[in-house]
Design a protein around this ligand. Structure first.
Ligand code: RRO
Length: 308
């Protein structure tokens, strides 16, 4: 299959920041090269300046997912280009680089730098991280997204993917603004801001107080948002949010996604991407095989829980 002119062996990618390909390369060497779990690799977010990230603790486990407040720790553009890009270029799949700026000028520098590198197949603009000190999310506002694309679209012919936030009051309006201003594709959803309390002290658990909720808890939100965006725009969509098996991936595709990214599930099982790609292929070949399995299955079998 192809996505924005890029050949892919399956529709399954990783969600940015949920799979450390450089650590996996060191740990698994040749085995990773031969069995890379994704059809393309999406990098963790790169910012212009180096960042330490948020104070610990940075993670909280939920009954159906987790909250992260990682806070974009990264080595910054210059060291990323020198140290990480050559390593990621060795991966057996296309590389999508995810970038975030604290201003349009910063994003201009980032897109300008990655846009001319032959190692990079596509650039993902992260306008949706919930874990920044300002609390401002550029992607919540159609005008901001349009202004940003006006600046960065002329800088590269590579596909530009805009990663949308589920916190926008009208995600379809943001999607339309992105498409009109030249976005090649959209990805959604990023995490949803949430909070956990330390059961001993009753005070916020996370060092940054709030973080981003991901995993099965957000799956139904992702489905609704992908559906809303699909009805509004024609450009390709990368759907993500709580995908843990082939059925979840297929559901996002039925709602309008062209590709599907796996995030939180890869923390539980780093090989999950390969399994989900296999399960998705089986499910697409025989959709009837899924009836009666998984979420909502009691209704599918004709049994309505009391009170419904
Ligand atoms: O690094 C993070 O804290 C982070 C990012 Br950049 C993002 O886009 N989404 C998220 O949940 N965490």
């Amino acid at each position: 299959m192809t996505f924005c002119g890029i050949d892919l062996s399956s529709p399954i990618l990783n969600a940015s920041g949920t799979f450390d390909a450089i650590a996996a390369q060191l740990a698994f060497g040749e085995r990773l090269q031969e069995n890379f779990p994704f059809a393309a690799f999406v990098s963790k977010t790169v910012t212009l300046a180096p960042r330490e990230g948020n104070p610990p603790p940075r993670l909280w486990e939920l009954p159906a997912g987790m909250i992260n407040s990682i806070g974009l720790p990264n080595k910054g553009l210059t060291r990323y280009l020198e140290e990480d890009l050559p390593r990621l270029a060795q991966l057996p799949v296309p590389l999508f680089v995810n970038v975030m700026g604290f201003s349009r000028d910063e994003l201009v520098e980032l897109v300008g730098a990655f846009g001319e590198r032959s190692e990079v197949a596509a650039v993902e603009l992260n306008v949706s991280c919930p874990n920044v000190e300002t609390g401002l999310v550029m992607g919540a506002d159609p005008w901001e997204v349009s202004k940003l694309l006006d600046r960065v679209r002329p800088l590269t012919e590579k596909p530009l993917i805009v990663k949308l936030t589920p916190s926008a009051s009208d995600v379809a309006a943001v999607a339309i603004a992105a498409q009109s201003a030249g976005a090649s594709a959209l990805s959604l959803i990023n995490t949803i801001r949430g909070m956990a309390l330390d059961p001993r002290s009753g005070r916020p658990w996370l060092g940054a107080v709030t973080g981003g909720v991901s995993g099965p808890a957000v799956r139904a939100v992702a489905l609704a948002q992908v559906h809303a965006v699909r009805t509004a725009v024609e450009i390709p969509i990368i759907g993500m949010g709580g995908v843990a098996n082939g059925r979840d991936a297929l559901n996002l595709m039925l709602a309008g996604a062209d590709l599907v990214a796996v995030g939180t599930e890869s923390f539980r099982d780093p090989a999950a991407g390969a399994r989900i790609a296999r399960e998705l292929a089986e499910a697409r070949a025989d959709p009837a095989s899924l009836a009666g399995s998984g979420e909502g299955s009691r209704k599918v079998r004709g049994f309505t829980p009391s009170g419904c």
